[in-house]
Design a protein. Structure first.
Length: 181
């Protein structure tokens, strides 16, 4: 992935998320409030994260495989555990799925910026990715905090609009920076 693409993608994501928070109509608010425990979001986010992780496991080299000769037993074992999570750990599975997706997305984004020391503006993207990774680690451990955050955020309309404006502005900054490389 090129550095331009790696900077533009988070920029577009932040622009869309910021615009949704700025609009903040009742459908968006109710969808975001229901998302942490939504079964549809769980299938979408956790299922997507499980598939992406299984795909990443399929490319493991021999140096990564200590106990087995092929990644297939690990992929099957992980897939069974992911499937069992839908039945035995359904609470806040969507939040955990978002955390998995953020952690997996961080690798190609940070990999594109690795070694590009002559481009200091890459740090705008890297900072956003590291904030996202820290949030993913925190929310993966205590996923109910996202529900609490949404309750706090939408308690007053000005909070969601302020956050939306900040995300929209930073996303626009990333979109502009993406074309300066």
């Amino acid at each position: 992935m090129s550095l331009t693409t790696a900077t533009l993608l988070p920029g577009i994501f932040l622009i869309v998320l910021g615009a949704l928070l700025l609009i903040s109509n009742s459908a968006i608010v109710s969808t975001l409030k229901a998302m942490p425990r939504s079964q549809v979001a769980s299938v979408l986010f956790f299922g997507g994260g499980a598939v992406w992780f299984a795909f990443r496991m399929s490319g493991l080299s021999e140096a990564d495989l200590i106990l087995v000769q092929s990644p297939k037993p690990l992929m099957i074992g992980f897939s069974v555990l992911a499937l069992l999570a839908f039945f035995y750990l359904p609470d806040f599975l969507a939040v955990r799925g978002l955390s998995v997706l953020m952690l997996l997305a961080g690798t190609p984004l940070l990999g594109a910026a690795f070694g590009e020391y002559e481009e200091p503006q890459r740090l705008f993207m890297v900072t956003a990715v590291y904030i996202g990774l820290a949030a993913a680690l925190y929310l993966g451990a205590v996923p109910y905090r996202l529900r609490d955050f949404f309750q706090w955020l939408f308690a007053r309309p000005g909070r969601s609009r302020a956050l939306g404006g900040g995300l929209l502005g930073y996303g626009a900054l990333l979109a502009v920076v993406a074309f300066t490389y």
